[in-house]
Design a protein around this ligand. Structure first.
Ligand SMILES: NC(=O)c1ccc[n+]([C@@H]2O[C@H](COP(=O)([O-])OP(=O)(O)OC[C@H]3O[C@@H](n4cnc5c(N)ncnc54)[C@H](O)[C@@H]3O)[C@@H](O)[C@H]2O)c1
Length: 254
C-alpha cells in the first residue's frame, strides 16, 4: 500500500519543514521527486538526504510567485503525476497592523504562488493521463486565529482554490485536496517566534504548543504521512476535501 513507484512528484518548498518531510517520504515510497525551491541551497539538505537513501530527486531553483519561472520549470519537468503546493510564508498582524507591502508579499507567495503552480501543472497532469494535487492550507482557513490577518486571508483562498480545481478537472482524472495543519514544529514556526517575540521565545513556544488540545505541535513527518495517503492510489475516491491535522484545534478548543 501507498507505493509511489513510477510516479513523478513535484513538491514546492520541499527543502524545509513539512515540504522536506513530504519529499523524503515520497522518495522513500519510490517517487521521482522534483523539489521546487527558491534557491538550490534551500533544497540542498533534502536533496542530500534523499540521495543518501538511494532515492530519485532533482531540485529546481524557482520562485513560485513568478509565473514565467514556474512555467519554465514545469515545462522542463514535463508530464508528472503529483503536485504538492506547499511553499508558503508566515506573517503576524491584525488588519490595521498589516502594511500593504506585507499583504502583497503574503498574497504573492501564498495565493499567486499556488495559482502559478496550478496553472503550469494542469497541462502536465493531463499529459500524464491523471493526476493528484495537494494544497497546504491551514487551520487559519477554518477558524479565526489572532494576529494572522493576511495569512488567514491567503489560506482561505487556498481552500477555495482546492474546491474550484477539484470541480473543474474531476472529469479529467485529476483529484485535488488540501491539508489544514495546526502548528507544526518547523523553521517556519521558529522563524516567526524569533522575529515577532524575541524577548519571550520559550514562553511563546509553550503557548503555541498548548494551543493544540493534544498539548504539542505536530511533527512534519505526521503531516507527510497524511500527504502520502492523499496522493496515493489508495485515496482514489477522495477529491474536493480538506483534511485538518490539528491535535483537536478546530473542534476541541472550547
Ligand atoms: N509550520 C506550521 O505550523 C504550519 C501550519 C499550517 C500550515 N503551514 C503551511 O505549510 C507550508 C510549509 O510550512 P513549513 O512550516 O514547512 O515552512 P518552512 O519555512 O519550514 O518551509 C517553507 C519552504 O518554502 C520555501 N519557499 C518560501 N517561499 C518560496 C517561494 N516564493 N518560492 C519557492 N519556495 C519558497 C522556503 O524556501 C522553505 O524551504 C506553508 O504553506 C505553511 O503556510 C505550516
Amino acid at each position: 500500500m501507498f507505493s509511489l513507484k513510477n510516479k513523478k512528484a513535484v513538491i514546492t518548498g520541499g527543502g524545509s519543514g513539512i515540504g522536506k518531510a513530504i519529499s523524503l517520504l515520497f522518495a522513500k515510497q519510490g517517487a521521482e521527486v522534483h523539489i521546487v525551491e527558491l534557491t538550490q541551497e534551500s533544497a540542498q539538505s533534502a536533496v542530500d538526504e534523499i540521495n543518501a537513501l538511494g532515492g530519485k530527486v532533482v531540485s529546481h531553483a524557482c520562485n513560485v510567485s513568478n509565473q514565467q519561472e514556474v512555467t519554465a520549470t514545469f515545462e522542463k519537468i514535463g508530464a508528472f503525476n503529483i503536485l504538492v503546493n506547499n511553499a508558503g510564508i508566515a506573517h503576524v498582524g491584525k488588519v490595521d497592523t498589516t502594511p500593504e507591502a506585507d499583504f502583497d508579499r503574503i498574497m504573492s507567495v501564498n495565493v499567486k504562488g499556488v495559482y502559478n503552480c496550478l496553472f503550469a501543472a494542469v497541462p502536465q497532469l493531463r499529459n500524464a493521463g491523471s493526476g493528484v494535487i495537494l494544497n497546504m492550507a491551514s487551520i487559519a482557513s477554518w477558524v479565526g486565529i489572532p494576529d494572522r490577518f493576511a495569512y488567514s486571508t491567503a489560506k482561505g483562498a487556498v481552500m477555495s482554490m482546492t474546491l474550484s480545481v477539484a470541480k473543474d478537472y474531476i472529469n479529467e482524472n485529476i483529484r485535488c485536496n488540501s491539508i489544514s495543519p495546526a502548528r507544526v514544529h518547523t523553521p517556519f514556526v521558529d522563524g516567526f517566534i524569533s522575529k515577532n517575540y524575541p524577548d519571550n521565545q520559550a514562553e511563546m513556544f509553550e503557548k503555541l504548543s498548548k494551543s493544540q488540545p493534544i498539548g504539542r505541535m505536530a511533527k512534519p513527518e505526521e503531516v507527510a504521512a497524511l500527504a502520502l495517503f492523499l496522493c496515493s492510489d489508495e485515496a482514489g475516491f477522495i477529491t474536493g476535501c480538506d483534511y485538518p491535522i490539528d491535535g483537536g484545534f478546530i473542534k476541541l478548543n472550547n
